[in-house]
Design a binder for this molecule. Structure first.
Ligand code: DI6
Ligand code: FE
Length: 416
């Protein structure tokens, strides 16, 4: 709740004002508070201690004394964007696979022939920590340049203890190198490492890695790739049990290339999110809604693999499943460092409305990371993570592809 002081309840004491470090004025706000866009015309935001001290219509604002004022001249302000599914810490390049797919090979064919995830595992194991950080920063910078203030980063390109932990360390170092919040996810169950026996590898993931990662605070959640070319439902259930036992969140790469009941399984584990979902049957939506499992749509991978089967959006809407949109930024299926483009693709390819797409890269994405109490909307008490846009209307944010119309980016109250 905003702290409000009025003369009436202050009696004879001196007039108190909000002492803000930064006051944002003359803005049109898309707060994402409540169920929709939460539009406030002629809005103001007072920021203190890196958090939103007050937000709302200027006419209703309490007295505010500000060290600095940012006048927006009618520009739109949204919450800072949130990319809730990325694999952006990796080494190497797989553009050759793009050419192979154009020549007719499928993603699964390439994976079975030693390419795909295994190719990036080889490159990532060979890269030292500094090299990995240096390769990852330009991808992060591309996201930040379009107003992103929180990202999720998955491991999953090490598949051995040392390299997985190195990836997770680099993920955390991104937040020291740049003004961004990072949520790290352990994706040991991305593929069986080349030359290893699957049950022995799953022992390592479940008995050793997950407890260690939880104890060290190296990640907040555990993800698994449930697919014919990756792990079965039983194997993923084992990973999710270990994650829950260690007190970590659960996420799933679910039903991307085939229906293996992955979304429904994720829901039984109370997963934070189930992601991809192209082959998810509409009947799984009810269980996802009950479990509060967010459907994370990844239209970049759908585009790059030239897929045709689409996620059951109508069923998600009907059941009240929350929908987020993310880049899936990775070197194989979604080499796309633009969350705004992915929001556009979610509209054009999957039929999301502009409102759904904008909520999908803000408040619903926060929910997919269990951070909705901290970020994702413009409400008093949350971190002051904001994007100020030089656009005349909100649809312009997703109706145009090209340089981001970003006027200012604010992370935890600091203009960056
Ligand atoms: N699904 C994906 O889209 C990425 N991982 C996954 O499980 C792709 C990973 C890659 O091809 O490198
Ligand atoms: Fe992914």
């Amino acid at each position: 709740m905003p702290i409000q002081y009025s003369l009436a309840n202050l009696g004879a004491s001196p007039v108190l004002a909000i002492a803000a470090e930064l006051l944002i004025e003359g803005a049109r706000l898309a707060t994402m508070a409540g169920g929709g866009l939460g539009v406030v015309e002629d809005g103001a935001i007072a920021i203190a201690g890196g958090r939103i001290a007050w937000a709302g219509p200027r006419a209703e604002a309490p007295a505010i004394s500000a060290q600095e004022t940012l006048r927006c001249d009618g520009r739109w302000v949204t919450p800072g964007l949130i990319d809730c599914h990325t694999h952006l810490v990796f080494a190497g390049d797989r553009s050759d696979e793009f050419a192979r797919r154009l020549a007719g090979e499928s993603y699964a064919d390439i994976a079975r022939s030693g390419g795909g995830i295994a190719a990036t595992v080889r490159a990532t194991r060979a890269a030292g920590e500094e090299a990995l950080l240096a390769e990852s920063l330009p991808r992060l910078d591309a996201l930040l340049a379009e107003g992103v203030t929180t990202i999720e980063v998955k491991s999953g390109y090490g598949l051995d203890e040392e390299t997985e932990l190195r990836q997770l360390r680099v993920a955390r170092r991104l937040a020291e190198a740049r003004a961004v919040s990072v949520s790290a996810t352990y994706l040991g169950a991305h593929a069986v490492p080349p030359g290893e026996e699957r049950s022995a590898y799953l022992d390592l993931v479940c008995r050793r890695m997950i407890p260690r990662i939880a104890a060290e605070g190296a990640a907040e959640a555990v993800d698994a790739f449930q697919e014919g070319i990756a792990f079965t439902a039983e194997e993923c259930a084992r990973v999710f049990r270990a994650a829950r036992a260690a007190g970590l969140g659960v996420k799933s790469h679910a039903d991307q290339l085939s229906d293996s009941g992955a979304a429904a399984l994720a829901a039984t584990f109370g997963a934070w999110s189930a992601d991809h979902l192209e082959y998810t049957p509409p009947e799984a939506a009810a269980a996802m809604a009950r479990a509060g499992t967010v459907a994370v749509l990844l239209p970049g991978a759908f585009l790059m693999l030239n897929e045709t089967r689409k996620p059951p959006i109508a069923a998600f809407r009907a059941a009240g499943v929350r929908m987020a949109v993310a880049t899936d930024l990775n070197p194989g299926t979604s080499p796309i460092a633009s969350l705004r483009l992915c929001a556009t693709l979610a509209c054009v390819l999957f039929g999301l409305t502009v409102e759904e797409a904008l909520r999908g890269i803000t408040i619903e994405a926060a929910r997919a990371l269990w951070r909705e109490r901290e970020v994702g909307s413009i409400e008093a008490g949350k971190w002051a993570d904001l994007a100020v846009w030089s656009v005349g209307s909100l649809p312009q944010l997703v109706a145009q592809v090209g340089p981001p119309p970003l006027f200012a980016r604010i992370h935890r109250g600091r203009r960056t």
